[in-house]
Design a protein around this ligand. Structure first.
Ligand SMILES: Nc1ncnc2c1ncn2[C@@H]1O[C@H](COP(=O)(O)OP(=O)(O)OP(=O)(O)O)[C@@H](O)[C@H]1O
Length: 285
């Protein structure tokens, strides 16, 4: 079990993932550890970020997953039975996806969905689960939890839907939350509110967070460490505060392609890609 804040919650060594029927692995030799911290995974579309997140939850029925190690709080995720994974998913490890519209059940009231998810993993009277749901809705800064409890997903805004998802994912007290582009469907103000909520909850509860994103500015400000992925591999791993000093030419290209306030109106450079970056590299942690 993980007791000390600096103990890794998650340890991944040489993770490779190959979707069956595709010519090459989507992810190759990815290694990293995660403590009670916020780890960003960035890279262009198709670089394998979401595939890594889904592999941790073993949500890839059409892929071969191999690794020297993929352990979460002492559980061997490669060899855990499906029954064991049912206890891990949603209870100890949760995933927040981009758009709540596709994650919430459209024909069930939002509050009932959270209560039901809680009761799947915890035995308690329904009344108590409902009260916990209302408390959690309040914790994610929903002002009128009783009213929102009774709304259907189509009746809530994108930002509120995402708070509802966060409430659902955090109510079971997970040790690890994987947030896959959790705010990219939100406008800037709501995005900052949702990130603030996630940040406070992660800090207060000592959760490990993996933030999957395209947005370098977001991970620079929000995360402690960053993995930069290209063509299924981690090309660079560094502290978020040192992101601007990234060395790999792909990372430098990503940084240079970011528009900056006050950066002038010139054309942004086109991101260069070289074949040798797709060659196998030494695993980094
Ligand atoms: N179910 C699947 N079957 C076959 N190939 C897949 C499947 N899902 C993803 N891939 C491929 O795996 C590679 C990595 O995809 P992945 O979605 O992990 O990238 P990503 O970095 O998360 O991209 P995005 O930012 O667009 O979500 C891509 O080449 C993608 O086409």
């Amino acid at each position: 079990m993980t007791d000390h804040p600096s103990d890794p919650i998650l340890s991944v060594e040489n993770l490779s993932i190959h979707y069956r029927g595709t010519p090459r692995p989507a992810v190759r030799n990815v290694s990293f550890t995660l403590g009670r911290e916020r780890l960003g995974i960035v890279g262009e579309s198709g670089s394998g970020k979401s595939t890594v997140g889904r592999a941790l939850l073993r949500l890839l029925p059409t892929a071969e997953i191999t690794a020297d190690r993929m352990s979460f709080k002492g559980i061997d995720l490669l060899r855990a039975s499906e029954k064991d994974m049912l206890h891990v998913r949603g209870a100890q490890m949760s995933m927040i996806l981009q758009d709540p519209k596709f994650s919430l059940n459209p024909i069930q009231r939002c509050g009932d969905q959270i209560t039901e998810a809680y009761l799947t993993h915890n035995k308690c009277p329904k009344r108590e689960a409902r009260a916990r749901t209302l408390d959690m809705l309040e914790a994610v800064q929903i002002r009128d939890p009783e009213r929102v409890y009774g709304l259907y997903p189509h009746e809530v805004s994108g930002g509120m839907g995402q708070r509802i998802m966060i409430a659902m994912m955090l109510l079971t007290n997970p040790s690890l939350v994987i947030a896959d582009e959790p705010t990219s469907a939100l406008d800037v103000t709501v995005r900052l509110q949702v990130l603030g909520i996630l940040d406070a909850l992660v800090r207060d509860k000592g959760i490990g967070l993996i933030m999957i994103s395209h947005d370098l500015n977001l991970v620079r400000n929000f995360c402690d460490r960053v993995l930069i992925m290209y063509a299924g591999q981690v090309v660079e791993s560094l502290k978020a505060s040192e992101l601007d000093n990234a060395q790999h030419p792909y990372s430098r290209g990503l940084l240079a392609a970011q528009p900056r306030i006050g950066g002038g109106r010139g054309t942004l450079p086109v991101l260069q890609r070289r074949p040798e970056w797709s060659e196998p590299v030494e695993a980094s942690s």
